[in-house]
Design a protein around this ligand. Structure first.
Ligand code: PAF
Length: 281
């Protein structure tokens, strides 16, 4: 698997592909790839002539006390997974290649980025929008692939692409889960055995919420209260948020009358995990 570290080298490869009239898909990742990432790559391979996987732990999306230095990294393993999934190359730049030391330009967004994860991670989406914009400018893909586990990120990127006229098709891909229901995440690797068991509470509570909606409950407060109560049965869990929001605007919903996103973030020990489900009437 070809690992490209320089922006200019990648640009010249992409120029050559374009000369041949080939289409290009991009799968942006922060590496430490798992089956969830693999499903994005496989989908991208099925829809594009060439697929670039970016593998970059983006410093600007981490807050000061977050896990930038401990975030798991393993480029050899990532390369093997990309090869197996049929990617064309990995773009794996150093932070200095992506950001000038005196970088002072960022892409920021109001509205959609303020609630949910934006409450406890106020600079996170500025970092995500900035790096994804940079990747879009470098790779100039026809299509880019993102997981629905990061539902707020997906909504934010769709909006950014619309607002800034990127002209790139954003493809959202379903959450991939472990056999017992835990959503796959590179951060699951932080969990010890006891925490790994406790982490199932996210999926269990979401399933409870979904069951209530399917049974006809439309009062968001009643559903959230039941989910919170359920989460509180797990002593290792500390809730960051449990919210039911409009699937498009991400604004809080009182009565469920339109498609909604039910999203949660929970600390299991020191590890912050997120999960969600969408519900359409
Ligand atoms: O979802 C992620 O892994 C990251 O937020 C992304 C989109 C690759 C940007 O760094």
């Amino acid at each position: 698997m070809k690992i490209i570290k320089q922006i200019e080298e990648l640009r010249s490869i992409i120029r050559a592909w374009r000369k041949e009239g080939l289409t290009v898909g991009l799968v942006p990742t922060m590496g430490y790839l798992h089956e969830g990432h693999k499903s994005l790559i496989v989908k991208a391979v099925s829809e594009n002539d060439r697929v670039v996987v970016s593998d970059f732990v983006n410093p600007t999306q981490f807050g000061v006390n977050e896990d930038l230095s401990s975030y798991p990294r393993d480029i050899e393993r990532d390369a093997a997974l990309c090869q197996e999934a049929g990617a064309s190359l990995i773009f794996h730049p150093e932070p200095e290649e992506m950001y000038f030391r005196d970088n002072c330009t960022f892409v920021d967004m109001d509205g959609l980025t303020k609630g949910l994860c934006g409450m406890t991670r106020p600079t996170h989406f500025r970092g995500v929008c900035t790096v994804v914009s940079k990747l879009f400018h470098i790779v100039t893909p026809d299509k880019a692939y993102f997981g629905e586990k990061d539902a707020q990120q997906l909504a934010v990127i769709r909006r950014m692409v619309r607002d800034l006229n990127f002209g790139i098709t954003i493809v959202g891909c379903p959450i991939v889960r472990e056999k017992d229901g835990l959503a796959m995440s590179s951060r699951n690797t932080y969990l010890n055995t006891e925490e790994r068991k406790a982490a199932l509470i996210l999926h269990k509570s979401l399933m409870l919420g979904e069951k209530m909606m399917k049974a006809g409950e439309r009062d968001a407060e009643i559903i959230k209260a039941a989910m919170v109560k359920n989460m509180e049965t797990e002593p290792l869990a500390r809730i960051d948020y449990v919210e039911i929001v409009d699937a498009e605007t991400l604004e809080n919903v009182v009565k469920i009358e339109k498609p909604v996103l039910t999203a949660t973030a929970v600390y299991i020990g020191k590890t912050r995990l997120i999960d969600n489900f969408g519900f359409e009437l």
